[in-house]
Design a protein around this ligand. Structure first.
Ligand code: AMP
Length: 138
C-alpha cells in the first residue's frame, strides 16, 4: 500500500495537528492516544514513512522498538501497572485505522477489562496530566 503523506500521524509529525508528546528523538515520536483504551495509552511511531511493520527499514524498526521499550517502562512506572500490553496492527483487515506504523502501549490491571481501541476522544484536561506523569517517569 502506498504511503499517504496526509494521514493523521504524518500530519502530527509535521506539527499540523496537536499532540500530547511524551518522548521524541531523531527517528521516533511517542504521544498519547487521543481515544485511550486505558489510562496511559501511548503510541510510538517511526518518523520514517512506513504503513506497516513490513515497510519500515531495519534501522527504523530498531529505533521504534527501542523507544517502545523505553516509553513502556515509563508508562508502567507512572501508573504502577502490574501488566503492560503492546499491540501493533498491520492492515485494515487486522484493525489498523491509521496507515502509519505505530505500536500501542497499554497499561493493564487485573479485572479491568478493555477494548483495544477507545471510542471517546479524551478531554485535553485529562490527557495533559497523563502525559506529564509519563514524561516524569522517563
Ligand atoms: P490503529 O487502529 O492500530 O491504527 O490505531 C490508531 C490509533 O490512533 C487509535 O487508537 C486512535 O484512537 C488513535 N488516534 C487517532 N487519531 C489520533 C490523534 N489525532 N492523536 C492521537 N491518537 C489518535
Amino acid at each position: 500500500m502506498a504511503y499517504d503523506p496526509n494521514n493523521i500521524f504524518a500530519r502530527i509529525l509535521r506539527g499540523e495537528l496537536p499532540k500530547f508528546a511524551v518522548y521524541e528523538d531523531d527517528l521516533t515520536l511517542a504521544f498519547l492516544d487521543i481515544m485511550p483504551a486505558t489510562e496511559g495509552h501511548t503510541l510510538v511511531i517511526p518518523k520514517e514513512q512506513a504503513v506497516t511493520i513490513f515497510d519500515v527499514s531495519p534501522e527504523g524498526a530498531a529505533a521504534t522498538i527501542r523507544t517502545t521499550q523505553k516509553v513502556a517502562a515509563a508508562v508502567k512506572k507512572a501508573f504502577a501497572s502490574p501488566g503492560l500490553m503492546l499491540a501493533q496492527l498491520n492492515g485494515a483487515e487486522a484493525g489498523q485505522s491509521v496507515p502509519h506504523l505505530h505500536f500501542h502501549i497499554l497499561p493493564r490491571f487485573q479485572g479491568l477489562d478493555m477494548k483495544l481501541h477507545g471510542r471517546t476522544v479524551a478531554d485535553a484536561k485529562v490527557l495533559a496530566p497523563v502525559a506529564e506523569k509519563i514524561r516524569a517517569a522517563l
